[in-house]
Design a protein around this ligand. Structure first.
Ligand code: SF4
Length: 334
């Protein structure tokens, strides 16, 4: 498969009076054409800032450091002039967020808003834009689409609004959809419907997906590869099945042990991860997970582990230095 997006050494900092908040601190990953990568982590891990950095939507005092490379089909988004980047945003890369109500304009109908997005990005006339808007409403499974085009956002349920947002994001046939917690604000049954819809559309349209979520259950359904983020860095990555079947990093293991997931066997009771994510103003020396890790030893407190290969996975943990984890995890598939 050809590579669509490659992110190398991504570093995004917020320059405040109190110092530099290093929210993303050296992140690398790639997504092939039509592929799906899930980025998972607790809030404060840097996953949403990673997504916004790719789109160059970081506001001052935030800054993507110049040593970062964000290559999209060979074009470096980090270095592209703003007018060229604007053509890519919404056309080739689209983004959907957690709460559609804040992204939709309350004073325009949803049909007008999708049509406006088509007009803006594809420079087509009113008729064509409206036809495309209707086509998208149907594509995302909104019943009585023609009638509901005239609805205002407040007249729709949260699930329907998220369908509208997906329709708007896909109206220009993007090659990459970045979805930041797309189902977090929805109740569980609607969540499942939206995930199913995204899965179907990915297969039908062949677009790639970068899915940002705190929910491991969501990535299990949706993606091919997973990157687990902690403390502004990727601490484990690999094929989704391997990550669930055999987590290598203690943080991935702790995440899996903290929530009940279908198809997993728990050899100990569920357990919350103790402590808090450390402050990005002052990352601890050594492994950033050490203050919360049940396996920490002396070296962890002084040396920051790089990603180390373990079979098809990579884990930033000194336990994996010999190509296999020394201590077996306490969670396994059934
Ligand atoms: Fe735990 Fe040490 Fe591995 Fe960090 S490097 S995750 S502290 S065992």
């Amino acid at each position: 498969m050809t590579e669509l997006l490659r992110v190398e050494n991504l570093r995004t900092g917020f320059h405040t009076h109190g110092g530099v908040i290093r929210a993303v601190d050296g992140v690398d990953f790639s997504i092939p054409t039509g592929g799906a990568l899930g980025v998972v982590g607790e809030s404060g891990s840097g996953k949403s800032v990673t997504a916004l950095s790719i789109m160059r939507l970081i506001d001052l005092p935030g800054r993507v450091e110049p040593t970062s490379t964000i290559s999209f089909e060979g074009r470096d988004l980090a270095a592209l002039p703003e007018d060229e980047l604007t053509k890519i945003r919404g056309n080739e890369i689209s983004m959907i967020f957690q709460e559609p109500m804040t992204s939709l304009n309350p004073v325009f109908t949803v049909g007008e808003q999708i049509a406006e997005s088509v007009r803006l990005h594809q420079h087509v006339g009113d008729r064509e834009a409206k036809d495309r808007a209707l086509e998208m409403m149907r594509l995302v499974g909104i019943p009585s689409a023609e009638k509901r085009m005239r609805d205002y956002p407040h007249q729709m349920s949260g699930g329907m609004r998220q369908r509208v947002m997906i329709g708007m994001a896909l109206s220009c046939n993007p090659k990459l959809l970045i979805a930041d917690e797309p189902t977090t604000a929805l109740d569980v049954t609607v969540q499942a419907q939206i995930l199913e819809l995204m899965k179907e559309l990915r297969e039908k349209l062949g677009m790639a997906i970068l899915l940002i979520t705190h929910d491991l259950g969501v990535v299990a359904e949706m993606v091919d590869e997973v990157a687990v983020m902690y403390g502004g860095r990727i601490v484990e990555r690999g094929p989704v099945k391997e990550i669930f079947d055999n987590p290598q990093h203690p943080y991935t293991e702790a995440l899996l042990r903290s929530i009940p997931l279908l198809g997993m066997r728990y050899t100990t009771p569920l357990k919350a991860i103790r402590g808090m994510v450390p402050s990005p103003l002052d990352w601890p020396q050594g492994c950033r997970f050490a203050p919360r890790c049940d396996y920490a030893f002396d070296r962890c407190l002084t040396e920051l582990p790089p990603l180390l290969a373990v079979g098809e996975q990579e884990a930033a943990c000194w336990l994996c230095e010999n190509g296999a984890r020394d201590v077996q995890p306490l969670v396994a598939p059934l």
